[in-house]
Design a protein around this ligand. Sequence first.
Ligand code: ADP
Ligand code: F6P
Length: 319
Amino acid sequence: MRKIAVLTSGGDAPGMNGAIRAIVRVGIKRGFEVYGVYEGYKGLVAGNIKKLGYSDVSEILSKGGTILESSRLPSFKEDKVQEQAIHQLKQRGIDGLVVIGGDGSYKGALALSQKGIDCIAIPGTIDNDINGTDETIGFHTALYNIIDAVNKLRDTSSSHHRCFVVEVMGNHADNLAIYSAIACGSEIVIIDKTEYDENKIIEELKICEEEYHKKHAIIIVSEKILDVEKLANRISEETGYSGRSIVLGHIQRGGSPVPEDRILASKMAEEAICLLEKRKSGLCICMKDNQIISKNIEEALIEKNENQDRLYQLFLDLA
Ligand code: ADP
Ligand code: F6P
């Protein structure tokens, strides 16, 4: 019986458990013996690997996070560390590996496939920053979490004439910021890709207040760009709104996955098993135009995000 393994790596994402469950159950049905690697590449190198059966993945579909746990191991870029990981797999007779993670994890999977392990990558990250695929597992839930939080903030915003400056995650990719700005109907969005001018933001808020008589104002800010507290203070000083800031942080990454992420995870995992049955390697699973397909990992990583400019323009037209 052929042996394969599955691991989760990088930031956890809601829906990773659905992918693990499907790898295990579909894998067993198609005749594989399936192993779970705990703590991502760190556990792979250390040999933290256990056989998984049907019941080991019961009742995990609705849970956030990853039952296999995750890690970041910067030294996995090194040849000798990758060789150690391969040794752990070969020692157990495992020749196929499914890596669920983001773009960093994809590079690790690519390296392992180039060293002879049949490796298939599945996009698991809230950032939706793997351009080869329209959607990554976890993105929908994170978006839902942001929208839920902003709906609540809007109540206070309208009641107290406040402007909330809300920092969202996204790791320079801007997808969570642009999509949530559209879905929340925020007044302003500040993203990484375009320059921002704080004076202009203050002017825009004055227009919201004086021309449109808005009681509320929401500014969505992509992380790692500016200090949201400082911006909120300036808003208090220079506009009629009192400014408040909030960093949503890891609240965005937690919680029960929404149906879109559970279904996407199950479909992508099934495709990964199909590819391993055909002894394919170095590929990643993508959702393109509503179809589950596969691409070379390198190709998926260098693709450009064609939709983002148009979505940003849509936001500007709506705001
Ligand atoms: P994500 O997979 O969510 O993008 P990271 O960028 O933190 O998260 O990457 C997760 C892990 O993938 C890293 O801690 C490291 O172990 C591995 N990794 C990242 N870049 C590379 C690389 N160039 N070569 C091999 N492994 C890598
Ligand atoms: O990649 C997912 C992500 O949540 C990014 O949006 C964010 O920049 C990063 O991980 C946060 O990493 P950590 O959990 O290590 O703080």
